[in-house]
Design a protein around this ligand. Sequence first.
Ligand code: 9WN
Length: 425
Amino acid sequence: MAALRARAVQVLDLNWAGDHTVPARSLYPHQWSWDSAFTAIGLAHVRPDRAWRELHTLFRAQWADGRVPHIVFNPEVPAENYFPGPGFWDAPATPHLPPRSTTGLVQPPVHALAVHEVFRRTGDRGRLAWFYPRLCAQQDYLAARRDAGADGLVSITHPWESGLDNSPGWDTAMARVPADPELLRVHRRRDNVVAAPAHRPTDEDYSRFLAIAGAYRDRGYDDTDLVGRHPFVMECPSFNALYALAESTLAEIAAELGRPGAHHRERARAVVTAMVAHLHDRRTGMFHARDVLSGERSPARCVNGLVPLVLPGLPDEVVTSLIEVATSPRFGLGGPLPVTSYDRTAADFDAVRYWRGPIWINMNWLLRRGLIGHGRAALAAVLRDRTLGLIDAGGSFEYYDPRTGAGLGAPEFSWTAALALDLLS
Ligand code: 9WN
């Protein structure tokens, strides 16, 4: 495993861009929000100063309303290297990080966890204190502006906000959005030129992504009355799980800083309760995304419906059922390869297309953490070994074919390398 560790460090060095890490040089040449969090967790083991710098750059781009943007654009990257770039998003200037601009979307709030992990490895209380109010503002934005369903859960306004772009969990909601081919004539895709089109979202998906993003942009990224005025409003189980986990982590950070943390624990408990009430399905034994516009839960069984396993304080019967589903032939936990992004037995399971089947390392890293938290050390160890084995054999790819273990999407992908380093420690 020494060779794997050395290769992982090489990937992170290759992708380091001076004050942040790009997810992959080929496909994603800017800074992405949750990628930076996962990457910092790995960097903390080998380049602790960069780990702090990574998160610091991202939070310098935090908006005045508290949102942490999903992409921070590097103005030195040629416009043709990523689409949709800054010109499409037309977001307000970043006062603390000029001349960079951002998107107006968010991504799952994994950052409190990342800050805490980097602190655990470096012991730098001064930096912890710098991040604490900013992490609180990130959570407060989600709580105050994104509870579109008025049920204590956070809504996403775009599939990209989940980080699981074309997951089958969004299909029904996406189908309501007209797929306008004109949008793809005006704006040229780049992702499916760099990566194989069969591994990426379809053109139909993409034109809907643009339509939804354009609708949010055109209202100035205002979250007032999302239900009445926005075409895509969903409660994602992994986004909400990470939001609740962030509150539990903030309670720990507050304790480190000698500040009161009861309100964080209280909010975490309330989110977990709301998740079980609204997103958990006893019949399937897992969590499902909920469409706030129709009130319906998506029937699709996706990996984001297993990620709530990462939560402390989950009722025992929910933990048991999640592990049952994860270890079933639907997801294959404990088998020769890690868990897939979608139910392997579903008729529309697609082994190579992005979030509709392939194996993603960050999902498995979170599941392993959940297994450890719920006392399933043996199963967690198997998942760790399978995950490292996959990366060792195939390289640090963005995602992997669950039939063969072959790497797919972008090579030299940062969070895969970073999380490998964490699993190796
Ligand atoms: C859109 C960078 C990002 C990840 C997401 C992943 C993918 C972007 C894209 O890449 O999304 O944000 O262009 O497809 O789905 O999880 O953060 O690695």
